[in-house]
Design a protein around this ligand. Structure first.
Ligand code: AMP
Ligand code: MG
Length: 290
């Protein structure tokens, strides 16, 4: 399957997440054959790691991956299972929580911009500036006329990064069904390793599930652009979710034609003049017995 073509939100199209199927896992029904999914994902991760190290070495391109989604859809899971294949040198994940007093006293992009990827870097946003048209809108944390302006401001800011500065931007909306979300909350309650993730806001926010879907609809419709497209990812099956995100990122990185840079020194000269002399000095590279 071509995940990019299948899951992209084409700029200008209507989005209705209430009609979206979060349990979709491709015609082949991949989620059932867990071993095949694991094998395919492992191969994708190796390729992602390889390309990301080239991006770091080459120091010309940058990649921004935005992860948004309903609670328990799997933002953390994507970081662990997909991004985890990349080298921490040159790849960073930044989470965005409730703004601090200082952050809230600035414009909404103030806390975001310093985390945009520099050349050579991959930056992953676990939540992002989109919270300011999602949670902010659902709970009317600022007046409508303030958050309504933000779609255009976001488009402008992303244009600055992508068009003016050559950053590849990929935005993922992770969609889980209400039933699967509750199942995952229950699993967290029973799993001592995941109990730390539970917050009472999870259940409070769940009451606003449909409002969030409406807020996502408008955000995706208004901010999926040629230079910063959204992808809607069905997340009820974790294997499909990981493969979908992995393949879309992989395809975008492959399109950059990344290569390790050429050496900046004369290798023959280094071999002749320096390396040979160093070998000579250490007795042919052999350790002395003793
Ligand atoms: P988590 O990602 O589960 O650790 O939760 C982080 C919480 O911070 C979520 O409830 C988000 O909705 C909230 N949050 C993130 N950004 C903002 C924002 N700009 N305004 C209000 N709440 C936010
Ligand atoms: Mg949470």
């Amino acid at each position: 399957m071509n995940y990019t073509k299948k899951l992209i939100v084409e700029p200008g199209t209507k989005v209705r997440l209430k009609q979206f199927d979060p349990a979709y896992q491709g015609k082949e029904g991949k989620g059932d054959a867990e071993q095949d999914v694991d094998k395919e994902l492992a191969a994708v991760k190796v390729k992602l790691g390889d390309l990301q190290r080239k991006m770091y070495g080459d120091n010309q391109h940058s990649l921004l991956i935005v992860l948004q989604g309903l609670d328990a859809a799997g933002k953390d899971g994507v970081c662990w299972h997909v991004i985890g294949g990349m080298d921490p040198q040159g790849c960073k994940v930044q989470g965005f929580k409730v703004p601090t007093a200082t952050e809230a006293a600035h414009d909404f992009l103030w806390r975001i911009h310093p985390h945009a990827p520099a050349k050579g870097e991959v930056a992953v946003f676990n939540r992002s500036h989109y919270e300011d048209v999602l949670v902010t809108r659902v709970h009317q944390l600022v007046p409508r006329k303030v958050w309504e302006r933000r779609y255009d401001l976001i488009n402008e800011w992303e244009r600055l990064l992508a068009v003016e500065n050559g950053t590849t931007i990929l935005k993922f909306c992770l969609v889980v069904s209400k039933e699967e979300q509750l199942k995952r909350f229950a699993e967290r309650l029973d799993d001592p390793d995941r109990q730390w993730k539970i917050s009472d806001s999870d259940y409070k926010e769940r009451e606003f599930f449909d409002d969030y879907l409406d807020a996502f609809d408008e955000a995706l419709e208004r901010t999926s652009t040629e230079h910063a497209p959204w992808f809607t990812i069905p997340c009820d099956h974790k294997g499909f979710r990981n493969l979908a995100v992995g393949h879309i990122v992989l395809e975008a990185m492959e399109a950059l034609d990344l290569k390790y840079p050429k050496p900046t020194v004369d290798l023959d000269q280094i071999r002749r003049e320096y390396h040979a002399a160093a070998v000579e000095e250490t007795g042919g590279g052999k350790r002395k017995k003793g």
